[in-house]
Design a protein around this ligand. Sequence first.
Ligand code: FES
Length: 321
Amino acid sequence: MTLQTPNIAVRVVRIEQASPLIKRFTLQAADGGPLPAFSGGSHVIVQMPTASGLIHNAYSLLSSPFQLQQYQIAVRREEASRGGSAFMHEHLAEGDILQISPPNNLFALHASSGRQILIAGGIGITPFMSQMEELQASGAAFALHYAFRSREQAAFVDELTARYGEHCHFYDAAKGEQCNVAGLLQQMTGQDHVYVCGPQSLIQAVQAAGEAQGIPPARLHWEQFAASTQGGEAFTVVLARSGREIRVEGEQSILQAIEQDGSVAVDCLCREGVCGTCEVAIVQGEAEHRDQYLSEEEKAAQKSLLICVSRARTSRLVLDL
Ligand code: FES
């Protein structure tokens, strides 16, 4: 890869089935020492040596920021997995060693004298678990609104209830329960912040409700799990500095193809098109932008693209790498 920061070797010390589709992994430093400090909402990038090459996925840390002898992550088994979640679910065993990045936080809590309103959909519950540790410890006012398809499919409901009690509100779609996002935002006061993590439809509902109600964008925060990398046509990326040509398959991102090739290192933090770290200049060709970072003007200018999510409109894309 590609990460410019040194990786951390961790041992998988425990694997638990948190729901039919979600496993929780407990990781400890391979050298037995404490792991780097992190804040609620942080993620790490896990390297997965699959049969088709090295895959890197970002996972939120759901363990306590006050307990650095271990990290915990949760991974949902994705039907359309290109190998990452399948590797974690089917090939990883207790005792195995993994390489992970140091924690980064692109979804941090904002200091506020008001309430912190956390809205989770499905596996989007994970960043809130470390955030709630912080909120509980600081005595902050907060509420979790956690929506899921069914109680059987939902992870961590019992432990959230046991730990945070009346702070938690659950919405079981199988029972016809729905989280009234607009209603929640209507109750916000001037100092409250709202955070949402989950499927794009949930994030869009919060964004639309916030816009309709005139809530300042600085008080709305979101983290999207499934980046819009639904794939597309295969194309060729040319690394301008070496002339090397790399095929990007239909279900691959440019970043993944470059990582598998291994000839050049690229920085990346979120792998979701939101942080801007992986921005690369376009030398020739046109990008199909899929990120949430560049402005519409920057996208139209076709001077650069974010290679973790964006693709090519042309059969060849020459990049300044
Ligand atoms: S790694 Fe964050 S935008 Fe690409």
